[in-house]
Design a protein around this ligand. Structure first.
Ligand code: PLP
Ligand code: TYF
Length: 396
């Protein structure tokens, strides 16, 4: 049965990691995958996480299965983080949350649930979007359609085109929106644009499907949830897949959640039973460790404060690297305007470098960025910045 097996293509981002690891050059630089690095180029475990893990290790009494929906205190903490603790959707019990393995696992469970339990088949994704979205959705059986988002000429959002494309969507269609720190463009909607998208969704009966993988990496934990909260204030139904891979540095623990807002409590209860059925058929119940770490930190005022300050440090270091990048490019003799990079948010910037320039950076200089020209600013440090900027000056 395996004889005629075709070789699958590598993931465009994770595959780049393998190429980077195999590169023998000492001074190679990885600006591919979205992983936060300190200025020393390391990705250490957060101190708040280490402390929570020590508490868990001391207090753990059983390895018994969790319920299908995971750690209950975790799910409540996720809702408070997403909507704010006293949001009306929580008070009205219109919101349900299930722990899931990472942002990817959450997106997949949401998609499987939507395909099996609703009549919805179409999901509109931004052009461009995270390379795995289409893969996850189509594997689950959804059909992807694209809405215009990024304008290459202005390095900015093409909001008119976005609205124009979404106005062609049909009632019941899903609209995948990056809640903040759009991957790969680094360009987000402002509050007034979120309000316009929310109105459009309400008028046309479109269902927002939020991917929230970078809460706290844009402007702050609360600020980054503003768009999601506008939607929750406006539309009767939405779905969120969130991840704590980045903002808690819990990449390999695979911790995220699926959250659904329904029009009333009874519908939420019935929908949740079907989400749980989807989970049961997939992995039965989630691994405990990541959910326990996050719920321990969020419930403990001291640990929570420490986490928030560690997250602030990560956000501020990336913002500093953006400014330094623009400045050092100028110093390296680049005359083209790269100031748009300092206006983008999150881990990534869309540099505008083409495929050929990306290949030259890799082959001649050992600098790895994604083929689309996406740069992980989170991998830049004061030590590698000059090398990066001088190499870019040469390939331009
Ligand atoms: N969604 C977006 C936009 C991402 O950038 C990522 C990257 O990690 C994910 C989802 C997946 O997150 P996780 O690693 O938690 O599966
Ligand atoms: O976009 C990124 O770099 C991160 C990490 O299949 C990632 O989101 C990349 C590819 C993938 C899973 C995670």
């Amino acid at each position: 049965i395996f004889t005629d097996m075709l070789l699958a293509p590598a993931d465009p981002i994770l595959g780049l990691n393998d190429a980077f690891n195999a590169d023998p050059r000492q001074d190679k630089v990885n600006l591919g995958v979205g992983i936060y690095k300190t200025d020393a180029g390391l990705t250490p475990v957060l101190s708040s996480v280490k402390k929570a893990e020590a508490l868990l290790l001391a207090e753990e009494k059983t390895k018994n299965y969790l319920g299908i929906e995971g750690v209950k205190a975790y799910n409540a903490a996720v809702q408070a983080l997403l909507f704010g603790p006293s949001h009306k959707v929580i008070q009205d019990k219109r919101v349900v949350t299930a722990q899931a393995p990472g942002g990817t696992g959450s997106l997949r469970i949401a998609a499987e649930f939507l395909v099996r339990q609703t009549k919805t088949r179409h999901v509109w994704v931004s052009n461009p979007t995270w390379a795995n979205h289409q893969n996850i959705f189509e594997t689950a059986g959804l059909i992807c359609k694209e809405y215009r988002y990024y304008d290459a000429a202005s390095h900015d959002l093409d909001f008119d085109a976005m609205l124009d494309d979404l106005s062609k969507a049909n009632a019941g269609d899903l609209v995948l929106l990056h809640a903040c720190c759009h991957n790969p463009s680094g360009i987000d909607l402002n509050l007034s644009q979120w309000q316009q998208v929310a109105s459009l969704c309400l008028d046309k009966g479109l269902v927002p499907f939020l991917d929230f993988a970078y809460q706290g990496f844009g402007a702050g934990i609360e600020e980054d949830a503003a768009g999601l909260r506008v939607l929750a204030d406006t539309v009767p139904e939405l779905i969120v897949a969130n991840s704590f891979s980045k903002n808690f540095g819990l990449y390999n623990e695979r911790i995220g959640a699926v959250t659904l807002v329904a029009q009333d409590e009874d519908t939420a209860v019935r929908s949740f039973s079907q989400i749980k059925k989807t989970i049961r058929a997939t992995y039965s119940n989630p691994p405990a460790h990541g959910g326990l770490i996050v719920s321990t930190i969020l419930a403990n005022p001291e640990l929570r404060q420490e986490w928030e300050s560690e997250l602030t440090q990560m956000r501020e270091r990336i913002a500093k690297m953006r400014l330094l990048f623009v400045e050092r490019l100028k110093q390296a003799g680049v005359t083209q305007d790269f100031s748009f990079i300092s206006r983008q948010t999150g881990m990534f910037s869309f540099s505008g470098l083409n495929k050929e320039q990306v290949m030259r950076l890799r082959e001649e200089f050992g600098i790895y960025i994604v083929g689309s020209g996406r740069i992980s600013v989170a991998g830049m440090t004061t030590n590698n910045m000059d090398k990066i900027c001088q190499a870019i000056a040469q390939v331009l």
